[in-house]
Ligand binder design. Structure first.
Ligand code: UDP
Length: 352
């Protein structure tokens, strides 16, 4: 099997590549503008990497789409602060660039495994979000936060239409707040520019307070990256064609907590880390409230709760998530504290 991953150096792409090379005999063809998250796999003979941009290296992409069995178009901006500040950037990359990839895959009949998002459900009021039954509820146009959701939704619909009219084969997956090592870069993180878990860990390490938007009463279900990758490997394998033209939620409904609870857990786990307890890393964790207008600006609207139905993933793939919130956070915090220490050592700075 030949798997093409566009955006291979991203959070999902890098973990997926590692897992494929470790657990399968497949080849990975990967493109990205960077390679800092790839570590040793870059030297693996089954890993074929090209440094490049999906908006520029179009011939390489077309050639590899033709050659490969499956393509993951993972290049996208996926941070809410960017949806608010640069909605057109999100449109050009997340929608336009990926539409070209999808059209090329249709041309060569290469299966697409498309990263949709739990954001497509928007402010849906269903207790659990069902891939084939729930309605999508988005805010008005002047709340540009929804451009990401809307771009992904339209690509979901385009793929569905190619399946419906041209019998094109795709599988769409919807991640629900995945977390883990390499989620976002802490050293380059500015307020509001990364996802909540890395935002909080980064704030602690930069001696800034953790900020709870609107008091942090909103809830999310957090899924550890290894659980997500386990599910994706099953989707690629697609035994008996079970995932043909299917849309699949990938999340952990048992890890449903408020953002305030998340902050408290991160504080507790951080303070119990051996490098913190032994005072090698010295940080004081402070938690503050902030209004959404102050944190994100006027174009933001929040999602109060977001719980996946994972009945389909269970039924089709026999998949169930294994990691609870505490173990997922412990692994992630451990990674970032160690990265912080290494970084400081490299720069010859002290650890306070
Ligand atoms: N959030 C927060 N403080 C931060 C970053 C995010 O309170 O520093 C909140 C945000 O308003 C949202 C939730 O945490 O309700 C999850 O945010 P994230 O950026 O991870 O993405 P989302 O789940 O909204 O797509």
């Amino acid at each position: 099997m030949k798997v093409l991953i566009l955006g291979v150096n991203g959070f999902i792409g890098s973990h997926l590549s590692e897992a494929i090379l470790r657990e399968k005999d497949w080849d990975v063809y990967g493109l990205d503008i960077g390679f800092d998250k790839l570590g040793n796999i870059i030297d693996d003979p089954r890993f074929h990497f090209v440094e490049g941009d999906i908006t520029i290296n179009k011939e390489w992409i077309e050639y590899n789409i033709k050659k490969c069995d499956v393509v993951f178009p993972l290049v996208a901006i996926a941070t809410p602060a960017t949806y608010v500040k640069n909605p057109l950037k999100v449109f050009h990359l997340d929608f336009e660039a990926n539409l070209e990839v999808i059209k090329s895959a249709v041309k060569y009949n290469t299966r697409v495994i498309f990263p949709s998002t739990s954001e497509v459900y928007g402010m849906c009021t269903d207790e659990v979000f069902d891939e084939d039954k729930s309605n999508f509820i988005l805010g008005p146009i002047n709340k540009q936060r929804w451009i990401y959701s809307c771009c992904k939704q339209l690509l979901d619909r385009v793929l569905w239409a190619y399946g419906f009219e041209k019998n094109f084969n795709f599988s769409t997956f919807r991640p629900y707040n995945w977390l883990g090592p390499k989620l976002d870069s802490i050293s380059t993180t500015k307020e509001g520019s990364s996802r909540v878990v890395t935002q909080f860990i980064g704030s602690i390490l930069r001696d800034e307070p953790i900020k709870l938007v609107n008091g942090g009463h909103q809830k999310r279900c957090f899924l550890y990256i290894d659980d997500g990758i386990d599910c994706l490997l099953r989707i690629i394998e697609n035994k008996g064609g079970v995932c043909d033209k299917e849309i699949i939620n990938i999340g952990n409904p048992d890890n449903n907590i408020t953002i305030k609870e998340l902050a408290a857990k991160i504080k507790r786990i951080f303070e119990q880390h051996p490098l913190v307890k032994s005072k090698i890393v010295q940080k004081k964790v402070k938690i503050e409230n902030v209004s959404q207008e102050k944190f994100y600006g006027e174009g933001y609207q929040d999602v109060t709760f977001r719980v996946p139905s994972i009945k389909k993933a269970k039924a089709l793939l026999g998949w169930t998530p294994k990691y609870g919130t505490d173990s997922a956070l412990s692994k992630t915090i451990d990674y970032y504290i160690k990265e912080y220490v290494e970084d400081k050592k490299r720069c010859g700075k002290d650890l306070r």
